[in-house]
Write a protein that binds this ligand. Structure first.
Ligand SMILES: NC(=O)c1ccc[n+]([C@@H]2O[C@H](COP(=O)([O-])OP(=O)(O)OC[C@H]3O[C@@H](n4cnc5c(N)ncnc54)[C@H](OP(=O)(O)O)[C@@H]3O)[C@@H](O)[C@H]2O)c1
Length: 294
């Protein structure tokens, strides 16, 4: 049994702080994947990544398909952080793909996954990937896809595997093939609460649950902060922002729940990491549980 210090979790063989960083917001201003997205200022994105690591972030979520016309999340991470700190876990995901002009392509076939892994290796400038999530999207059975990734893990290209946008049946299929260290699904306060049971299952099995859109909620790629009444009320009580309150609530869902809020704003970054210190009471949690489902 591994005992982690408070505020951290062991992903595979690596201990990470429970608040990490999501890189999807970095390549563009405004909505992710918008065809007319304005590329982000490179220096701003690099400064945010470096500041994140200075402030203790050692878990960054990315993907090769996070890019705008002129910026790629992986290239920004490479430029900002290489040579990488020893304790940094970079998690990427495979399955979806966009062509060079940004149009979505069909989900990768199993035989295309090796190329996607190598694309991430090239862009990040690494010889292995710390953690690769198979983004399941639309597959009933993931056994064949996951089998390919398990082979790449055996070959030393990948250290650890996870799944994303997954259902409990997918977890069982994957575990029949190789160990799974995390499940990355959309979830947050008042958002996708039908995931509660799956989140609990992951905790029982020692698997990290890594929610995305935990700040934005139903506004998803458009971004912003979902702030229904109880969020505003409890945030005011502690003199924190609704975004901080949402992140703190996420951490209160269990020690295995890891936040990966996305931002390109240095002030928001500092606020998000400070949310680790916010202790909510049982009464707060009851009030917040009554937040309307989006
Ligand atoms: N597996 C998947 O399918 C999947 C899908 C989507 C995302 N992800 C990953 O999950 C990460 C998190 O998702 P996300 O970035 O879409 O959503 P999010 O973290 O829920 O919310 C991001 C939005 O909240 C704003 N924000 C963040 N902190 C704030 C603060 N302290 N105050 C005010 N506004 C704040 C950001 O704008 P500012 O830039 O203005 O701060 C942005 O608009 C992504 O970056 C990505 O790495 C995975």
């Amino acid at each position: 049994m591994i005992t982690d210090p408070p505020g951290s979790w062991t992903l595979g063989d690596r201990t990470v702080n429970r608040i990490g960083f999501g890189a999807m917001r970095l390549p563009q201003n405004g909505q992710a994947f918008a065809v007319d997205a304005v590329p982000r200022d490179r220096d701003q994105a690099i400064a945010v990544l470096r500041r994140a690591v200075e402030l203790g972030v050692n878990h960054i979520d990315t993907a090769a398909f996070y890019f705008s016309r002129l910026r790629s999340a992986n290239e920004l991470i490479n430029r900002a952080l290489a040579p990488y700190p020893d304790d940094l876990v970079i998690a990427t995901k495979v399955g979806p793909a966009r062509d060079p002009s940004g149009q979505w392509l069909p989900l990768a076939r199993p035989e295309q996954l090796r190329g996607q892994v190598e694309e991430n290796l090239r862009q990040l400038g690494r010889d292995h990937l710390d953690l690769v999530n198979l983004r399941v999207s639309g597959l009933d059975s993931i056994s064949e896809h996951f089998g390919v990734l398990a082979g790449l893990r055996e070959a030393g290209l990948i250290r650890h595997l996870g799944i994303s946008n997954a259902r409990p049946a997918h977890l069982a299929q994957a575990q029949a093939v190789a160990p799974v260290v995390c499940v990355q699904n959309a979830y947050g306060l008042g958002y996708r609460r039908e995931q509660d049971a799956f989140l609990g299952t992951c905790g029982e099995q020692g698997i990290a649950f890594v929610p995305f859109f935990s700040v934005a909620g139903a506004d998803r790629e458009a971004g912003g902060v979902a702030a229904p009444d109880p969020v505003v009320e409890v945030a005011r009580k502690y003199d924190v922002t609704p975004a901080q309150l949402r992140i703190a609530w996420t951490l209160h869902r269990g020690p295995h729940v890891l936040a990966i809020p996305g931002t390109a704003n240095p002030t928001h970054l500092g606020d998000n990491l400070a949310a680790a210190d916010l202790q909510l009471t049982a009464d707060d949690l009851v009030l917040l549980d009554a937040a309307p489902q989006e």
